[in-house]
Design a protein around this ligand. Structure first.
Ligand code: BTN
Length: 326
């Protein structure tokens, strides 16, 4: 009910009478008053004026179930939201929930992670107040081979969600780093449980540096945040809500064909690798070439010096001029 009240307040231009809230939500005046007090305790600024009603004047920068629930306009994303002040890793928690039967769309989000994980076994530093650390559960009926493409769908959705922030121009470094001014501001960790021919669940874990000003020594040269790039302090919950909206849109396009043919142009348009010299470092091949873009499977097409085109499925791809590869 608190979520519904916050949504009503958010969506009304200015004052809304206590009676309208009662009528709309079918609760008593006393209940409305009680929830308003709770919202004030949560950090929302709420003015109550006689004969006019309630008006919301301030929103705290929080990522709670109530805050996100009041912003989401989604069909399935965040149908269940679990917020934690502190947790080891939202990916671990989302995995547990998926194993316990959580539905597609279940979202786990935390203010702080004390065991945040990055790709290739790296840690992901996730302090309070500085970013968006979230993971969600998907249960797609697709071949396990297709699951890695969802990471690219998520990357596209993050860029779209950040598009509205003034002065911030984001691009994608294949397959799923989000970069601004050549520095990484977001990483995505996709994990999957599957049989040989069917996916049980996919966990998409996203870390976006929003207000971060300090990073671990080893990444301090290559990492940045929305604040460092723009000087702006933004509400993290709005970014999550925008992400949710775009993810649903792009995910449904992806699921129609179970490949990236409907998103390829948009993705390639954002790819920093395109036309650049890249260094591929795979288990079985190392070479330098020129990146062309992705194909509809999400593989990176790289033109080698002998003119042949190689499809890169996975592995470390360094882009000349980015992250120190000069
Ligand atoms: C990367 O190395 O680029 C991927 C980083 C992914 C970090 C996010 S933060 C939320 C989720 N929980 C984790 O432990 N990791 C992911």
């Amino acid at each position: 009910m608190k979520t519904k009240i916050l949504k009503v307040l958010r969506n009304s231009d200015k004052y809304i009478s206590g009676q309208s809230i009662c009528d709309e939500l079918g609760i008593s005046r006393t209940a409305v008053w009680k929830y308003m007090n709770q919202l004030k305790e949560d950090g929302y600024g709420i003015e109550a004026t006689q004969n006019k009603g309630y008006n919301i004047t301030k929103y705290p920068d929080v990522l709670t179930e109530v805050e996100l629930g009041s912003l989401f306009e989604t069909a399935f994303f965040g149908n269940k939201i679990y917020f934690y002040d502190e947790i080891d890793s939202t990916n671990n928690e989302a995995k547990k929930k998926a194993e316990d039967g959580a539905k597609q769309g279940t979202l786990v989000i935390a203010e702080c992670q004390n065991g945040g994980r990055g790709r290739r076994g790296k840690k992901w530093i996730s302090p309070s107040g500085s970013g968006i650390w979230m993971s969600f559960v998907l249960k797609p009926t697709i071949h396990p081979y297709g699951a890695s493409m969802i990471t690219l769908v998520a990357a596209l959705s993050v860029v779209s969600a950040l598009k509205n922030i003034k002065g911030l121009e984001c691009n994608i470094k294949w397959p799923n780093d989000i970069v601004a001014n050549g520095k990484k501001i977001c990483g995505i960790l996709t994990e999957m449980s599957s049989e040989l021919d069917a996916v049980n669940y996919v966990i998409i874990g996203i870390g976006i540096n929003i207000n971060s000003t300090e990073f671990d020594e080893e990444i301090s040269d290559i990492a940045s945040s929305v604040f460092l790039e723009t000087g702006l302090t933004i509400k993290r919950s709005q970014v999550v809500a925008d992400f949710a909206k775009y993810f649903e849109k792009y995910y449904s396009i992806f699921m129609q064909t179970q490949d990236l043919r409907g998103l390829i142009d948009e993705y390639n348009g954002l790819l920093v690798n395109v036309g650049k010299e890249v260094k591929i470092n795979n288990i079985n091949s190392q070479f330098i070439g020129n990146a062309i873009g992705i194909n509809d499977k999400g593989e990176l097409l790289v033109k080698k010096q002998d003119g042949s085109v190689e499809k890169v499925i996975a592995g470390e791809v360094s882009v000349r001029g980015l992250y120190g590869y000069v």
